[in-house]
Design a protein around this ligand. Structure first.
Ligand code: NAG
Ligand code: NAG
Ligand code: NAG
Ligand code: NAG
Ligand code: NAG
Ligand code: NAG
Ligand code: NAG
Ligand code: NAG
Length: 614
């Protein structure tokens, strides 16, 4: 018994080690490192070949240790001594290297990473290796925009060359099938009078990828027109806190860039202002406000009468903003000019909106085009014509609850990956229950507030009655409480969006619902704010994007005062408020513990009346 336990612990532990921290193998060099690399080492151009087992000038690999598939520390046997080489994968095209000199080890010592790499100095400067067979990558994450620049090169001239026509231009061409243009950017240099070493010319760079070291944002480039290898590769440095300068190396080495200001070559950049686009139409007034885009919950969407501004935060301290300006509108289609980054060319996108209802805007977006002709941009052909599609949605940031399309008191059974469970609202602890006789335990789904705007779910609800047959609601605190904020019917399915401030996973949840019978309703809750196209009322697992499916049956009791209501969402624009007002005082009167006092008071009351009549 104990040995089995031991074994399984050992097994678990070794799995843990293998997957989390490191991989020990005899030595197979991973595919990312196998290539022909160019570097500039000790003033010499160096070509390094790495294949599955060997590295040029270092020998045969005998031991390897990997950190998170990013850093690889390897021991190479070179005739009779050992090299320790640590390679850091920066991008598919760039590696950085630190190493030890060739060391001798004792005859009884194993050439392991621990032994040979003992003397590896982690603070030595990194050597940059550029792939000879580079795969160009999109420039977007490295550099995007248009800037006028002034530059300094301490090694070629003194002072700063500032010419108004000198420009750095890195723009993405939207909707280009062949993305080659998005993998390059241009720097236009201009000669400054009286400064030798400055020149007129356009240099085109292709992007090799970017990486961060703390706040330093490095990116590597290759000059597309340069055949001399030492002139071909360059490294650039930006800093997140400093959008005024860009640093560049003047050799194929990134280690010369310590800070932007102290770089061998330094560009002082000024964003070129985007041309102003005058709005040519107005969006419906009720679009104005703050929204979230369910396809990208991390984005803020602000809409006013003429603009849609979407701001997205790819990581801390950075943001990407896309501005759409209304240009022309016909029927439900609106052609909008799209401005991404300052200075880059604008393009045009067609939106097809469904009139707004509840807290929801539904829309489709066409392909972006350079031309501004409404008939071309907004032709129905521009909308991706998939067999199955659905409108995208924006949801109000501060939604106002609406009447739920499903209301009443239901018991339910559930099935799912993420089931509703008994908890204290806002926490996850099970509420302690004193010994109590429950006639029946059910799961309860009710929308019983006066306006029928809030769904309350109690996973384990104790149905019990007191000696007079009245229900006693002891655990009446719900486990879940969510507001309905929108519903509609699309593709023959009814969709509901709920909002729960306390939901740690997603405040907004999409549901698919359907009436199965006169008093039965089927619902399926999605994992997030949008419903998968495949999601159906019976979906319950992640393969269809669902968290849980519930089957509900009405069970209103005599005293519940909770009328049933169902709306399939085919006309979400009609404002149906609940006009059945239940006066709360009578409700609490019957429910309260005042029952015994009534018994006393009624005869008294009769007595008084009789007395008065006399
Ligand atoms: C790696 O390259 C060396 C020398 O070029 C060659 O001898 C060896 O067979 C190669 N190994 C593999 C696994 O391709
Ligand atoms: C990889 O190595 C570098 C330099 O030694 C270090 O700064 C970094 O934290 C390492 N990364 C991982 C994931 O171990
Ligand atoms: C860079 O400039 C050249 C010549 O002016 C031009 O042909 C090329 O398309 C430009 N490349 C980019 C990415 O703008
Ligand atoms: C809408 O927002 C844009 C950008 O913030 C602003 O320039 C414009 O004046 C606003 N329009 C209206 C009608 O408020
Ligand atoms: C918003 O305005 C459109 C027309 O301008 C109208 O059809 C729609 O019902 C309105 N929606 C709301 C929720 O008022
Ligand atoms: C609801 O409760 C009734 C009566 O207790 C039971 O017959 C029925 O199966 C329950 N329905 C569901 C969906 O749990
Ligand atoms: C109802 O649930 C309570 C607490 O979970 C349990 O003690 C009780 O036995 C259940 N009653 C029935 C009838 O299942
Ligand atoms: C998910 O649900 C579907 C349909 O309800 C079912 O066919 C499938 O086997 C389920 N998948 C898993 C992984 O449970």
């Amino acid at each position: 018994m104990a040995s089995i336990l031991h074994k399984s612990i050992y097994l678990l532990f070794s799995i843990f080690i293998c997957t989390i921290s490191s991989i020990y193998a005899d030595c197979t060099i991973p595919v990312v490192l196998r290539n022909t690399w160019f570097s500039f080492e000790n003033g010499k151009q160096t070509i390094t070949d790495i294949n599955a087992s060997e590295m040029t000038a270092r020998g045969v690999c005998v031991n390897i240790k990997a950190d998170y598939h990013v850093n690889y520390t390897m021991v190479f046997r070179y005739t009779n001594c050992y090299y320790c080489v640590k390679l850091i994968v920066r991008t598919v095209n760039v590696l950085e290297k630190i190493e030890t000199p060739c060391v001798d080890i004792g005859p009884d010592e194993e050439p392991t990473v621990e032994r040979v790499c003992k003397g590896l100095n982690p603070d030595q400067s990194l050597t940059t290796l550029f792939s000879e067979n580079s795969v160009p990558v999109n420039c977007r994450s490295s550099l995007e925009g248009v800037w006028q620049f002034a530059y300094q090169n301490r090694f070629r001239f003194t002072g700063e060359c500032n010419h108004p026509d000198a420009q750095i231009k890195s723009c993405q061409t939207a909707g280009t099938q062949f993305l080659i243009t998005n993998q390059k950017f241009n720097i236009t240099y201009r000669k400054c009078p009286g400064m030798s070493g400055t020149f007129d010319g356009v240099v085109e760079f292709s992007c090799l990828g970017h990486w961060f070291v703390d706040k330093n944002h490095f990116f590597a480039v290759a000059n597309t027109k340069e055949s001399r290898k030492d002139e071909r590769y360059r490294c650039f440095l930006k800093n997140r806190d400093d959008d005024l300068y860009i640093g560049a190396s003047i050799t194929p080495q990134c280690n010369t860039l310590k800070t932007v200001e102290k770089s061998p070559e330094r560009y002082r950049i000024n964003p070129v202002k985007a041309e102003v686009v005058e709005p040519g139409c107005r969006l419906p007034q009720n679009f104005s406000g703050n929204w979230i885009n369910t396809a990208n919950i991390d984005a803020d969407v602000v809409i006013n009468e003429t603009h849609i501004i979407e701001t997205y935060y790819p990581d801390e301290g950075r943001f990407r903003r896309t501005i759409y300006v209304c240009r022309e509108q016909r029927d439900t289609r609106v052609m909008m000019a799209r401005l991404t980054v300052d200075g880059c060319q604008k393009d045009y996108v067609c939106f097809d909106f469904v009139p707004q209802h509840h807290n929801v805007i539904r829309y489709r977006k066409g392909l972006a085009m350079i031309q501004s002709n409404f008939h071309t941009v907004c032709s129905w052909v521009q909308f991706k014509n998939q067999v199955r599609w659905r409108y995208d949605i924006f949801l109000k940031k501060d939604p106002t609850p609406i009447r739920c399309p499903v209301a009443g008191k239901f018991n339910f059974t559930q099935r799912g990956d993420v089931k509703f469970e008994t908890r204290i609202l806002g926490g996850v602890t099970l509420s302690p229950r004193p010994n109590l006789y429950c006639k029946l335990n059910i799961s309860d789904f009710s929308v019983c507030d006066v306006d029928q705007k809030t769904i309350q779910i109690k996973e384990n609800y104790c149905l019990s009655v007191d000696y007079l047959g009245r229900p006693v609601d002891i655990y009446s605190d719900p486990d879940y409480k969510m507001n309905c904020i929108g519903y509609w019917k699309e593709n023959l399915k009814s969709y509901l969006i709920t909002y729960d401030e306390l939901d740690p996973f997603s405040k907004y949840r999409c549901w698919v619902y359907q009436r199965a019978d006169l008093n039965r309703v089927l619902m399926s809750q999605a994992l997030g704010p949008y419903c998968d196209l495949k999601q159906d009322v019976t979906s319950w697992n992640y393969t269809e994007g669902a968290a849980v499916a519930v089957e509900m049956e009405e069970y209103e009791r005599e005293r519940d005062q909770c009328p049933m209501h169902f709306d399939d969402g085919s006309d979400p624009w009609s404002t149906k408020e609940n006009y059945i007002k239940v006066f709360s005082f009578s409700y609490s009167f019957w429910r309260g513990n005042s029952a015994s006092t009534i018994h006393v008071f009624i005869p008294l009351y009769i007595l008084v009346v009789v007395y008065l009549l006399k």
